[in-house]
Design a protein around this ligand. Structure first.
Ligand code: URA
Length: 243
């Protein structure tokens, strides 16, 4: 592809700004200044922009350990978004690979006060597969409640039940843990689903954290607020799950 398209795809600047800057010598290809915006480059070439490496990746996948207080949206006037955290990570790597890319989005949403695993990508087809009700991708959460859940709750959740006027929950697996804590696996992802399910049985969720989504498991080494690219094996497992 053309050098100006390569750089525009990675969001470093608009195409017209790019042409001017390339002619002035802002870009290098494999260590040599490249002043022709139409120069042919491929993903295998090493391209830099004002001295910073630009990795070309048409699709990218990040695992984020979402902290509370950050919203699962691409932009917001009042709160930091999960994409701000991805951009911070990329800056810290000295890379501008998908920095400022307009096409990244979170796959599904976690409430503002929910922590844990969130997949961020620009792979719309994979996101569609993972979110489609047809595929019933399991999502497991750790939950802390104001009162301990009971064996009756386990049975009720396992059968599925009418939660409120708008939600009938499909069967879910509830595992009781000590200290008013539990693990719950659901196949759907309705608005405030887990909070509503517990509320319906007289318990309030005090803390919620997503541990896994299908085969993708939150990396214990990832601190809150941090993200990392998925490994090839993780991407392959997710794609297989979505088939
Ligand atoms: N269920 C909820 O209630 N909140 C979340 O963030 C995710 C699932």
């Amino acid at each position: 592809m053309r050098l100006d398209k390569y750089l525009a795809d990675m969001g470093v600047a608009t195409r017209s700004e790019l042409k001017k800057a390339i002619r002035k010598g802002a870009a290098e290809v494999n260590g040599a200044v490249a002043k022709d915006p139409g120069m042919q480059v491929s993903e295998a070439d090493e391209v830099t922009w004002f001295g910073k490496k630009v990795g070309y990746a048409s699709v990218v996948y990040y695992m984020l350990n979402k902290p509370a207080g950050v919203i699962s949206a691409t932009e917001d006037r009042h709160h930091r978004t999960v994409l701000d955290l991805v951009f911070e990570y990329e800056k810290s790597c000295g890379s501008i690979s998908s920095l400022k890319r307009k096409d990244l989005f979170p796959v599904g949403r976690l409430d503002i006060d929910t922590e844990g695993l969130l997949l961020i990508t620009n792979d719309g087809a994979l996101a569609h597969q993972l979110l489609s009700p047809k595929h019933h991708v399991d999502k497991t959460y750790f939950v802390r409640l104001d009162k301990a859940a009971t064996e009756e709750d386990v049975q009720l959740f396992a059968k599925g039940f009418r939660v409120d006027d708008e939600l009938t929950a499909m069967p879910a697996k509830l595992e009781l843990l000590p200290d008013q804590e539990a693990r719950i696996t659901i196949h759907e992802g309705k608005f405030h689903q887990i909070k509503r399910m517990f509320h319906a049985v007289g318990k309030e969720v005090l803390y919620l954290k997503r541990l896994s989504m299908g085969p993708l498991v939150l990396d214990e080494a990832l601190d809150l607020g941090k993200c990392r690219p998925l490994t090839e094996a993780e991407v392959a497992a997710l794609k297989k799950q979505g088939e």
